[in-house]
Design a protein around this ligand. Structure first.
Ligand SMILES: Cc1ncc(COP(=O)(O)O)c(C=O)c1O
Length: 423
């Protein structure tokens, strides 16, 4: 099948939810992808943070093949050997006590919201009305299902689908006073992405996160961290919150967990877990043996890569900072480890840069209009960073030249017009 016929079929047959680049990928190996014409692309997006080990990692292939021949699915009405083993590893690295497995980020987030509500209900048994309000942050993103949408602090995602879950308030990002002002005895949870991804690669400030921990701790409300994009090694620690020395009550993870297979998880304390009983939550596919076996292998490989993520992430950041000194249009470099964002001063420029890089066969994307986002696989080397930096440098230079020329033309035209009018 060629690209044109795939596009024609999709236009006729699919719900039109994606604005895809016109590339048909057929194969991936390591940090590279190949399209149907045999062109090779350097992947600095890794499926929006999913292919953290790159493509076709040998250890993942081996586990997949072995487990696919053994047992792919078994209902959650029965046991298999991998859920508890995976939970053991995830709780060890997170400092939390229990796990629930599901299929995606948004599903993990929905479960976390249900936990917040049921926790408040079961722990407030002394005749008080259970607290039920949830505080989330401006600019956040937690997914596309209704609870996730309701807690997503960006109107463009929420507005078409109102009315949503009631009781959600939005706090200004990193505004400690606003957080203190909005937090009251009716709040059952504060929800935070430790680093906002879709919101433009914006790390929460230590002061804000510490205040959220203190407020929730003092009033037996929950601190819920969404680490679906920034967790599982992306920042060079297992979890981004480990850079802050703050321990949450609940963490949600997904994207790279099963190296490309759909798997999400909610991690929580024993105290939170004690508010749910059998039948209150569940899923058909979540935590199947194939995905869990692969996730265990992912965590094994990840352990060997954490130092590398910190080192190559540091190198990448230093090169981006140098680039900033050469290009006025770069406003800020943000992020940690291998989750980096470059904020430009115009959405036209960021769009042009992404498309120029694509022409140079380098995959990145932009988020929040003006931010170039880099989520490369953890296995990249400095030479790959250098290639991306060279491409960015030349894209930004040629863009600046084009803009200068356009400006000179516009000034010239305006000058001629003034002369004409003054005659
Ligand atoms: C921080 C965050 N939370 C939740 C989600 C939703 O995850 P999923 O697309 O797997 O439902 C995403 C997806 O980009 C995300 O970045």
């Amino acid at each position: 099948m060629n690209l044109a016929s795939v596009i024609r079929s999709e236009e006729r047959l699919l719900l039109p939810t994606y604005d895809r680049h016109k590339i048909l990928f057929e194969k991936g190996r390591g940090v590279y992808l190949w399209d149907s014409r045999g062109n090779r692309y350097l992947d600095f997006l890794s499926g929006i943070g999913v292919n953290a080990l790159g493509h076709a990692h040998p250890a993942i292939q081996t586990t997949l093949k072995r487990q696919a021949g053994q047992l792919i699915h078994v209902s959650n009405l029965f046991f298999h050997e991998y859920q508890a083993e995976l939970a053991k590893r995830l709780t060890a690295i997170s400092g939390l006590n229990r796990a629930f497995f599901c299929n995606s980020g948004t599903e993990a987030w929905e479960g976390a919201l249900k936990l917040a509500r049921i926790y408040a209900r079961t722990k407030n048994t002394n005749g008080h009305k259970p607290k039920w309000r949830i505080l989330a942050l401006d600019n956040s993103f937690h997914g596309r299902t209704f609870g996730s949408l309701a807690t997503t602090g960006q109107a463009k995602y929420r507005d078409p689908f109102v009315p949503l879950l009631p009781g959600v308030g939005f706090v200004r990002f990193n505004d400690v006073d606003d957080l203190k002002h909005q937090f009251d005895a009716g709040v059952c949870a504060i929800c935070i992405e430790t680093i906002q991804g879709e919101g433009g690669v914006c790390p929460v400030s230590p002061e804000f996160l510490q205040m959220a921990r203190q407020l929730t701790g003092d009033r037996d409300a929950l601190l819920i961290l969404d680490e679906i994009q920034c967790g599982l090694g992306r920042t060079g620690n297992y979890f981004a919150y480990q850079h802050y020395g703050v321990q949450p009550d609940i963490v949600t993870i997904a994207k790279p967990l099963a190296a490309g297979l759909p798997l999400g998880a909610i991690l929580m304390t024993n105290r939170v877990a004690s508010s749910m009983n059998p039948g209150m939550h569940g899923t058909t596919f979540g935590g199947g043996p194939l995905a869990c076996a692969v996730a265990i292998e992912f965590l094994r490989v990840l352990e060997e890569l954490l130092d590398h993520v910190r080192e190559v992430g540091g190198y990448f950041r230093r090169q981006l900072e140098k680039l900033k000194t050469r290009h006025e249009c770069i406003r800020e470099i943000r992020g940690m480890g291998l989750m980096l964002g470059v904020e430009l001063n115009s959405s036209d420029v960021s769009k042009a840069v992404v498309s120029t890089l694509l022409q140079n066969r380098i995959l990145i994307n932009r988020t929040h209009e003006t931010v170039l986002r880099f989520l490369p696989p953890y296995i990249i080397r400095e030479k790959h960073v250098d290639e991306v930096i060279r491409a960015l440098d030349s894209a930004l230079t040629s863009n600046a030249t084009k803009r200068r020329r356009a400006l000179v033309h516009a000034i010239g035209r305006a000058h001629k017009q003034t002369l004409k009018e003054s005659k």
